[in-house]
Design a protein around this ligand. Structure first.
Ligand code: FAD
Length: 404
């Protein structure tokens, strides 16, 4: 009982507050927000928002009135420490916030590039609205961008920059793009599509220095001795979970804040959700830390249910999406550990799905411009069913029949 204090007003933090009220939770809710905006959606920052068509208000989950109407106190500021014995959070302003239950929804921050000149103004990252806004402002005056890192965010940005007329080079240390997240088939498809759009993709290379003159970026030096001219560098080399508050409060952390299958930390009065949480997953075995909207919002709903008396282990099926140029990638399930990939549809027609199996066990489906396959996958996993690799590859096999 007592107030619920939530640190971090991103996807997870916002959703816990909203779901608690929806479930009839009547005590005070404080949502600590260290960004100077109402809680907003992050995915458009590297997609629609950066194209410059809509204003910041298009990103907000809810208008300010929602928080007043729902008695959710938006507390501007940063949490700097947790006093577990006294059950309170201390804000940077010095204000203490007492809690009955504390939710850590601190997300993740960009991994910074450790290179000479990496702190110049024309070296940008993309995590928060202010980053996206800054890129929107400077892009019209730039002609050549080097994107460091060919993960989802780097490639989404690269595609948009190209559409906006910039020369674009993408550097990737791995031998293929999005190598940690998708199958080789899907990497190859996207490599070809980005190259067709005029983006130069350099695989198996690393940036060794950012070159500058009079404080202005002039290019990037590569590990293979080449030099790429640039007046803008965008870095997308992954994120680090924000675990420090938890660690300093004596809570166990590893590659995330360690929580059990109920999303509880070692302290029963403190839970962690979303990008910062390393959660025990009986379904997938062992612990997982996922970076997706689905994971943050479903964690939030599971926790809000527990805090209002409906205690269940977290057991949602992961899904994800990425928009790159004209292509939409959607992933249902978790494809880690697959040993066989079966294609349904035709990459040359720009619409196919990669069904990933371990033995005969379907782990996940990566769909490109095949929303029907993606929704099928989510429904199939929801029913705890599978289809054989032969059926997956056979376009005449009726997927809907497998859901009946
Ligand atoms: P966040 O949304 O990061 O929120 C954490 C909040 O906590 C932040 O506002 C942070 O500033 C704040 N905070 C941290 N420490 C403190 C503190 N001490 N005091 C107060 N506040 C604090 N996922 C998808 O599924 N599909 C996509 O297409 C997709 N696109 C993305 C594009 C971009 C550019 C980015 C950056 C991410 C994208 N993601 C996407 C990932 C998705 O946005 C994240 O997984 C999701 O935001 C995680 O939610 P969260 O609440 O855990 O963390």
């Amino acid at each position: 009982d007592g107030p619920v204090v939530i640190i971090g007003a991103g996807h997870g933090g916002y959703q816990v507050a909203a779901s608690l009220r929806q479930a009839g939770f009547s005590a005070a809710i404080c949502l600590i927000n260290d960004e100077a905006h109402l809680p907003y959606q992050r995915p458009p920052l590297s997609k629609a928002y950066i194209k410059g068509t809509a204003g910041p208000e298009s990103l907000m989950f809810r208008p300010g009135k929602f928080y007043q109407d729902q008695s959710i106190e938006l507390v501007a500021g940063r949490a700097v420490s947790i006093d577990r014995a006294g059950r309170k959070v201390l804000l940077a302003s010095g204000r203490p916030l007492p809690y009955g239950h504390l939710v850590l929804a601190t997300g993740a921050r960009n991994r910074l590039l450790d290179l000479p000149n990496a702190n110049l103004p024309d070296v940008k990252y993309l995590r928060i609205l202010d980053d996206s806004e800054a890129l929107r402002q400077i892009m019209p005056s730039k002609t050549r961008v080097v994107v460091i890192g060919a993960g989802f965010i780097g490639l989404e940005f690269a595609a948009t920059a190209r559409i906006k007329g910039l020369e674009v080079d993408v550097l990737e240390l791995a031998p293929r793009v999005m190598a940690r997240a998708v199958t080789a088939e899907v990497s190859e498809y996207f490599q070809a599509r980005h190259r067709e759009a005029g983006i130069r993709i350099h695989l198996g290379v690393q940036a060794t220095a950012i070159e500058a003159e009079d404080g202005k970026v002039t290019g990037v030096s590569l590990s293979d001795g080449r030099h790429l001219p640039a007046d803008l560098v965008v870095v997308g080399v992954g994120v680090l979970p924000n675990i420090e508050l938890a660690a300093e409060a004596g809570l166990p952390v590893a590659a995330g804040i360690i929580v059990d299958e109920y999303l509880s930390t070692a302290d029963p009065d403190i839970s962690a959700i979303g990008d910062c949480a390393l959660f025990n997953s009986p379904r997938f075995g062992g612990s997982q830390r996922l970076e997706s909207v689905q994971n943050a919002t479903d964690h939030a709903r599971c926790l809000a249910a527990r805090l209002t008396g409906d205690r269940k282990a977290y057991d949602s099926h992961p899904w994800f999406w990425s928009d790159q140029g004209e292509d939409k990638l959607q992933i249902a399930g978790l494809t880690t550990g697959y040993d066989r990939v079966v294609l349904r549809g035709d990459p040359t027609r720009k619409a196919f799905s990669a069904f990933c199996y371990k033995g005969d066990n379907l782990l996940g489906i990566e769909s490109i411009n095949r929303a029907g396959d993606h929704m099928f996958g989510r429904r199939l996993f929801g029913l705890d069913r599978s289809i054989t690799p032969e059926h997956a590859a056979d376009e005449s096999f009726d997927l809907k029949g497998a859901l009946a």
